[in-house]
Design a protein around this ligand. Structure first.
Ligand code: HEM
Length: 377
């Protein structure tokens, strides 16, 4: 069987880790030097729901990566009552009434349709990066006319060195990452201090977030939300073109949502989640000790439900596992869905498209295309 482009994208990002994790056969298995691998959807969910034994803070957990860069209290390295309180405060930022205008301002969807209709070739990765830069500028309170494409590159340079076998930054890399975030949050601090509610940091202040809480949240959004979307949107479009689904969606709008969910399932932009064991227990008979790292291989669990199929829609049974589960379920999911719908809608409005050139990105944390050029078919 010829290798699909999805497979090439995954392997270009993680040529060693992907085959190593795939080689496991049991639902739960200890892998020397890496940790305890979980690849079954139900077991994976049960770990995500059990914060008494598994935490995002501790050896091998995401806190190893994020705490030196973002500080100790930025959602993705918090647990318990403080975590819940911060999520509650941030909730209104992801309501449709807040997200929809934000997306409308950051995604020039009509312009994208127009360019394709005029016969232009559009690199959807460059487009997604540009949109991500605009989104970052909104999150940090920068005027949109100050945005340049370098903004995305600076943010993504922070995660470039991270690997499953090397999940933390060196002190030099962490210092560089802190500098990038300090530069970005200069604007966010000013916006928070002014309390101008038309900016995201100003709105955060209105929602009761202190200055440092708000800066941590801004950093977390910028780091978690931009690369995942720059990965997902081009991968979804490539998948839809490769499988012949674009014209079918253009003819039947009811299939758009299942296609987006199925796209999320088969691409799983955030392929792996990590937890640290904080109290001794066992996972499906495999004993785990305090300090063990648990690797939740979402991409394997999602793939086990079968090939891309918006009609059978096996994604429906997975309760959006690609966005996590339990207390850390992706806060930005409504924003991610709104951006995806807007871009896919713009492409469907443009009429049939074909892919003229593409390249998988090598050595990145979040598997992605480096370029994906499309034009009207
Ligand atoms: C397709 C796009 C996206 C995917 C697949 C995705 C996936 C995920 C996953 C799997 C988690 C849970 C990680 C874990 O439990 O270890 C997560 C958490 C999170 N995501 Fe997303 N995400 C996406 C887009 C976004 C966007 C656009 C934002 C915001 C601007 C965002 C903000 C967050 C935040 C703040 C958390 C941490 C929540 C917490 O720890 O309480 N994400 N995301």
């Amino acid at each position: 069987m010829s290798t699909t482009w999805e497979e090439r994208v995954l392997r270009a990002a993680h040529p060693v880790a992907v085959p190593a994790l795939r080689a496991s056969r049991r639902p739960v298995q200890r892998i020397p030097r890496l940790g305890v691998l979980v690849r079954d959807a139900a077991v994976l969910r049960s770990v995500l729901m059990d914060s008494d034994h598994f935490s995002k803070s501790g050896p091998g957990a995401p806190s190893d990566l994020w705490t030196p860069v973002l500080g100790p209290a930025v959602l993705l390295n918090m647990e318990g009552a403080d975590h819940l309180a911060l999520r509650r405060k941030l909730g209104p930022l992801f309501s449709p009434s807040y997200v929809d205008p934000l997306v409308a301002r950051s995604l020039p969807s009509a312009a994208l349709t127009e360019r394709l209709r005029r016969g232009e070739t559009v690199d959807l990765v460059a487009e997604a990066k540009r949109n991500a830069s605009i989104m970052i500028s909104q999150l940090v309170g920068l005027p949109v006319d100050e945005v340049d494409d370098a903004l995305f590159e600076r943010v993504s340079s922070i995660t470039r060195f991270v690997r499953l076998s090397r999940p933390r930054l060196t002190e030099t890399q962490a210092a560089a990452a802190r500098q990038i975030l300090a530069d970005l949050t200069t604007h966010a601090r000013a916006a928070w201090r002014e309390g101008d509610e038309s900016t995201v940091p100003g709105r955060m202040r209105g929602l009761g977030l202190g200055e440092e809480e708000a800066m941590g949240a801004v950093g977390a959004f910028v780091l978690t939300g931009t690369e995942t979307l720059v990965s997902y949107i081009p991968r979804l479009i490539a998948l839809l073109v490769d499988t012949g689904w674009m014209p079918r969606l253009a003819n039947d709008a009811a299939l758009v949502e299942p296609a987006i969910a199925e796209g999320l399932r088969v691409t799983t932009p955030s392929p792996v989640m990590l937890r640290s064991v904080v109290a001794e227990t066992s996972i499906e008979g495999v004993s785990v000790r305090v300090g063990d790292r648990v690797i939740l291989a979402t991409f394997l669990a999602n793939a086990a439900a079968g090939a891309f199929d918006p009609i059978g829609n096996p994604a429906a049974s997975l309760k959006q596992l690609w966005f996590g589960a339990g207390s850390h379920f992706c806060l930005g999911a409504p924003l991610a869905m709104a951006q995806t719908r807007a871009t896919l809608g713009a492409l469907l409005d443009a009429g049939p498209v074909r892919i003229v050139e593409r390249r998988a990105a090598r050595g990145v944390l979040i598997p992605s295309y480096a370029s994906l050029s499309v034009t009207a078919a």
